[in-house]
Design a protein around this ligand. Structure first.
Ligand SMILES: [Zn+2]
Ligand SMILES: [Zn+2]
Length: 188
């Protein structure tokens, strides 16, 4: 029994390669983003389209997957909290190994000591989700910005300074003066 569901759009069927080294197929498909793909301040909205453009090449040890995933990212600016959306193309490259078999063709369980063993094919199916997750999550910004020089929020009233570059507090108003003095004792 395989744990992979061939109906999952992120599961690729490589049967047509017939395990013949040198054979190659391309896969172009749009798949809905899986849940929880992202980091704290930037993520791929669940079910938003991910456009995959992949080459699957049969090599001696398994199947080499390479190509790109084009997807939408929704983030918040880490300075002013404004929503920021953009499209980004991620490179995917991963070798999926055939399970080792003994002389009779039975699958041999290997004790793989390495921390990050290469993913395996399961019954000629490839699960692309971990590869996609690694590529995207490792590359998303931990502190996204709406623009390089985002001015952030006014420390007195919290207004977004980008929206109001002339923003200032009339310190002749004693209430603001008192607040400004709390934030920056030198402004008086
Ligand atoms: Zn900003
Ligand atoms: Zn203000």
């Amino acid at each position: 029994m395989t744990g992979l569901d061939p109906k999952n759009p992120l599961v690729l069927d490589v049967r047509s390669l017939q395990r013949r080294p040198g054979s190659m197929v391309t896969v172009t498909r749009s798949v809905p983003a899986p849940a929880g793909l992202g980091v704290a301040m930037a993520r791929v909205p669940e079910r938003s389209p991910i456009d995959l453009d992949l080459r699957l090449e049969s090599v001696l040890e398994g199947v080499l997957v390479s190509g790109t995933a084009d997807l939408q990212i929704s983030a918040e600016c880490s300075r002013c909290l404004e929503p920021v959306d953009w499209h980004e193309e991620f490179d995917l490259t991963e070798l999926f190994r055939y399970p080792s078999t003994d002389a009779r063709g039975a699958v041999v369980e290997e004790d793989d000591e390495s921390d990050d063993p290469l993913p395996m094919l399961e019954d000629d199916l490839i699960d692309l989700e971990p590869t996609l997750r690694d590529a995207v999550v490792l590359d998303l910004p931990l502190a996204p910005l709406c623009s390089e020089d985002c001015l952030g929020l006014c420390s007195v009233c919290g207004v977004r300074l980008e929206d109001d570059p002339q923003h200032t507090h009339d310190t002749s108003d004693p209430r603001w003066a008192a607040l400004a003095a709390l934030v920056d004792p030198d402004t008086q």
